[in-house]
Design a protein around this ligand. Structure first.
Ligand code: ADP
Length: 618
């Protein structure tokens, strides 16, 4: 019996249906699978034209033999089983290009009236585009997952307003102090310690507002390693929206900045501590940049000046300084900036309580360097030394008066002693005359000490007078050496590289310097027998050297020996008398003469003191 289709539908109509169907169809006949029919869609799908009709399929598409299709066709043809292919990959050579395509298809056996299989019908649709986009999507999904997994940030995604943890990377789990078991849980169940903290409410609110929330260095308390601990995070909650613009999830990204915040806090605390310390000091403590702009002043300064942090302190410091010293201070400061060396200077600031009067201050500043050797800032102090200065003046005045007062009776004492000595010699009492002679020597020593004190007071008051005239330098050397030799057991040797001749200077003061250097050489070489004196011309200068073989001077003290009252307590075996003034006076005399004085010395081996003065006044 014929089917309804065969009875009612014309053959032409069936062919039209076949050729116009939106799917690819073909009919293969015989066991060599000859293409009996193939609609245009099928021809397009294979990439072939109508000329293939009547030819065996595997002759037309040889590339599919090795892809297992021959076996499939054979099993459909001989076994009668329908074969369905789902998203099956097929490599086809279409229009000269060998490419992968994807198809859904059905191979069904075709029977004749005797129920014998005479061929195979093929119905196929190409799904290549769908598969490619699926693959791309999958790829991007994998990439996204990979990105999240390997991210330097802690990342989590919360689904729905109940905030189910859909995803949390390793870093986020570590941040929370949890493991992967929390994935799928509600955030507030996974982290119950968030109760009382604002985060859950903020997250839920984002489902309503649709707005991203971000925070910097925010404090979060989390239970990590079984303890509630405080951490600091930079984080953001970003809403993920569907096509309708509705929030369906929140992407949480966070960076742990706990170490940074704690370090910042520590620096802040330290800074506060230092400020407290600086504010509690009676000295004025300050910082400034390399241009000299004050960046900090402590409380004591504000109290002293009655100014506030809003006033321009750089200007104020300059205003407060005594005009005469301000310029010098500026010069010294500029030089320190240039040479990157500490600033030290004494100057006067106006006394705000007694306008027009000034107080002495000691200004000090040290440069703070950055790693590349540039100056970051200067840290300085101004110390009130006014009382100290007054005491120093009192002391100098006292020394001046005392030495002056002592000198007069001492002069008489010397005269009387000499008188007694002469009388005793005349009376034939040499023993007592000798005692009187020793008294006379001691009076000379005392006079020498008092003269040193007088000289120092004169130097300080700027009263030292140089009576300059031409004199024979070589002759003066001989005189001084001869006089020193009379009272010394050391042999004094004099050598001259050349004759110096006439020099324009204060003969008396230069002889004082020579005497001081030679007597020191003798005094500080108790175990030696010789002192070498040498003179000569050095360019236009007269040079005088005294070399001894005594205790020497440690290198770090070389420059200090010319300071007032400076004495080195070096030798354990000897004590040396003296006030520590001789070299100070000598260096002042030489400086005022326009010359230089210096020392080279090795501790334990001896010293070489030398001065040079211009032969003629410049
Ligand atoms: P003083 O009266 O103490 O000798 P000076 O001003 O002449 O004072 O010398 C200062 C210090 O320098 C001395 O106390 C001594 O320590 C050191 N000094 C001076 N000359 C010599 C020297 N030739 N050898 C070693 N040390 C010396």
């Amino acid at each position: 019996m014929k089917s309804f289709l065969e009875q009612n539908i014309s053959h032409d109509s069936l062919l039209t249906l076949f050729s116009q169907a939106p799917v690819a169809m073909a009919l293969l006949i015989g066991d060599d699978f000859c293409i009996h029919n193939a609609n245009p869609q099928m021809l397009e799908l294979w990439g072939r034209d109508i000329s293939i009709i009547g030819k065996p399929l595997f002759e037309v598409l040889p590339e599919i033999i090795s892809q297992g299709f021959l076996d499939i066709f054979k099993s459909v043809y001989h076994g009668g089983e329908i074969f369905k292919g789902n998203k099956r990959s097929v490599f086809l050579e279409k229009y000269g290009k060998y490419e992968e395509h994807f198809f859904n298809f059905i191979y069904a056996p075709v029977y004749n009236d005797d129920k014998k299989i005479i061929g195979i019908s093929i119905v196929a649709t190409e799904v290549t585009d769908q598969i490619v986009s699926e693959r791309r999507w999958k790829d991007s999904e994998y990439r996204f997952e990979d990105l999240i997994k390997n991210s330097d940030y802690s990342i989590a995604i919360y689904q729905t307003e109940d905030l189910y943890i859909e995803l949390a990377n390793e870093k986020m789990l570590k941040t929370w102090g949890k493991n992967a078991a929390v994935i799928g849980m509600k955030l507030d169940d996974a982290l119950p310690e968030l109760e009382g903290q604002p985060f859950i409410a903020i997250l839920k609110d984002i489902f309503k507002t649709g707005k991203t929330y971000s925070a910097k260095e925010d404090k979060v308390d989390l239970v990590v390693d079984g303890k509630l601990q405080t951490f600091y995070y930079n984080f953001s909650y970003k809403p993920l929206k569907n096509q309708n613009g509705e929030v369906y999830a929140i992407l949480n990204m966070a960076a742990d900045v706990t170490d940074l915040v704690l370090a910042k806090k520590e620096i802040q605390e330290r800074e506060e501590k230092f400020r407290d310390l600086a504010d509690s000091m009676p000295q004025f403590v300050w910082t400034c940049d390399n241009e000299g702009e004050i960046t900090y002043m402590n409380e004591s300064w504000y109290k002293y000046t009655g100014s506030t942090a809003n006033d321009n302190q750089t200007k104020l410091v300059k205003q407060m300084m005594k005009p005469a010293t301000a310029e010098i201070a500026d010069e010294v400061w500029k030089n320190c900036v240039k040479t990157k060396t500490p600033f030290v200077m004494e100057f006067e600031f106006e006394d705000p309580e007694n306008k027009g009067t000034y107080r002495w201050f000691l200004g000090r500043a040290v440069p703070n360097f950055s790693e590349n050797g540039d100056i970051k800032q200067w840290t300085g102090t101004f110390t009130d030394i006014d009382e100290f200065k007054q005491l120093e003046t009192q002391k100098d005045n006292f020394l001046g008066i005392a030495s002056h007062e002592l000198k007069t009776p001492l002069t008489s004492l010397k005269l009387y002693t000499q008188y007694i000595k002469t009388n005793l010699e005349k009376a034939g009492d040499p023993k007592n005359a000798n005692v009187a002679g020793r008294m006379d020597y001691q009076i000379d020593l005392l006079t020498g000490l008092i003269n040193e004190l007088l000289d120092v007071t004169k130097i300080q008051k700027g009263q030292i007078q140089l009576n300059e005239s031409y004199f024979d330098f070589d002759k003066l050397v001989d005189e001084v050496v001869e006089e020193q030799q009379m009272t010394s057991r050391h042999k004094l040797f004099v050598s001259r590289t050349n004759k110096i001749g006439e020099v324009f200077a204060d003969r008396h003061r230069i002889s004082q310097v020579m005497t001081n250097l030679i007597s020191n050489a003798i005094k500080y070489s108790p175990e030696a027998d010789e002192v070498h004196i040498s003179t000569g011309l050095n360019g236009n200068d007269a040079q005088f050297n005294v070399r001894d073989f005594g205790i020497g001077i440690p290198e770090d003290q070389h420059a200090k020996v010319f300071d007032q009252y400076y004495r080195i307590s070096a030798s354990r075996d000897y004590t040396f008398p003296g006030l520590g003034l001789g070299l100070y006076i000598s260096s002042e005399i030489i400086k005022r003469t326009g010359g230089e004085i210096f020392v080279s010395s090795v501790e334990g081996e001896g010293s070489d003191f030398c001065f040079r003065i211009p032969k003629i006044k410049n």
